[in-house]
Design a protein around this ligand. Structure first.
Ligand code: NCD
Length: 310
């Protein structure tokens, strides 16, 4: 399996065996991710993190991953302090970053931005979210979470709830789950349902798909509840956002009929969609899920930039 110098633009760039290999590699990286063991496999390598949209976990976990492997990080968390504010094109910014760094992590509001950057860069480009498009490394950490917390990825009833139209995490996740034969139930307001091309792909791959507006009715059968934020910044009309902003809220009362071993996930940040009381209960895994971003990003960076060892 050869990952050297590869771009990570879409989760569809990877086959099932490759995904399982990355997850396995992340499992081995856990002691280094926790800071219990040192590694210098990326010593001398530089990662550029170019964030044109807000980020907490994705940017910081990429930086942590790089630093824990002995590498260094350059970049920006806000493009307003860069030459982008002077009118520089994305293509030129990428040309500069690739001449300074060994790999580029890019988050951008425009769907397709990572593909464009990869076309302009001879160095590997990792998509950290392109508008409402894809978020492949989030999906790898989501799959890692499911594997760690449930033992297996296949054969789980996975309920995706919230903004399935604009949410890039659920787009990438659904593509990936279609490789694993999972059963997916999408719960969203009618205006925020999963794009039809992704649903068609899932069905074509033999995945089971259901759609519902009622969270109450699907909770008892769920093994994984994947909650998402309504993506306020993607709505062309603020009035449309207002109509759906509080569409779903997960609280202990709602979870009263859940399976004993239900796992509640969220890519974070959450706004109002999960009540804080759920954090203390037996189902919450979202903070652990966010930590798993470190071993997963260590695995990706070491495979792309190094010899694959950690
Ligand atoms: C997500 C994103 O940016 O798409 N956040 C993340 O990377 N963990 C989800 C979101 O912003 O709602």
């Amino acid at each position: 399996m050869d990952f050297a110098c590869r771009d990570v633009v879409s989760i569809r760039d990877f086959g099932k065996e490759e995904i399982l290999y990355i997850l396995d590699h992340a499992g081995k990286a856990m002691p280094v991710a926790r800071g219990e063991r040192r590694s210098d496999v990326l010593e001398g390598k530089i990662l550029a993190t170019l964030f044109f949209e807000p980020s907490t976990r994705t940017r910081l976990s990429f930086e942590t991953a790089m630093l824990r492997l002995g590498g260094s990080v350059i970049g920006f968390a806000d493009a307003s302090g860069t030459s982008v504010a002077k009118g520089e094109t994305l293509a030129d910014t990428i040309r500069m970053a690739e001449s300074y760094a060994d790999a580029i992590v890019l988050r951008h509001p425009m769907e397709g931005a990572a593909k464009l950057a990869a076309d302009f860069s001879t160095k590997p480009v990792i998509n950290a979210g392109d508008g409402a498009g894809q978020h492949p490394t989030q999906t790898l950490l989501d799959l890692f979470t499911i594997k760690m917390e449930k033992g297996e990825i296949a054969d789980n009833n996975i309920v995706l709830v919230g903004d399935l139209k604009y949410g890039r995490t659920v787009h990438s996740l659904t593509y990936a789950l279609s490789l694993f034969g999972a059963n997916i139930t999408c719960v969203a307001p009618p205006t925020l349902q999963m794009p039809s091309e992704i649903v068609s792909h899932l069905k074509q791959m033999g995945g089971r798909f259901n759609q519902s507006e009622s969270l109450e009715s699907v909770i008892p059968g769920a093994d994984v509840l994947y909650v998402t934020r309504i993506q306020k910044e993607r709505f062309p009309d603020p009035e449309e956002y207002r109509k759906v902003e509080n569409a779903y809220r997960i609280d202990n009362a709602l979870l009263a009929n859940a399976k004993r071993n239900l796992v509640v996930m969220h890519p974070l940040p959450r706004v109002n969609e999960i009540a804080p009381e759920v954090d203390l209960g037996p189902y919450a895994r979202y903070f652990r899920q966010a930590f798993y971003g470190v071993p997963i990003r260590m695995a990706i960076l070491s495979l792309i930039l190094g010899k694959g060892e950690i």
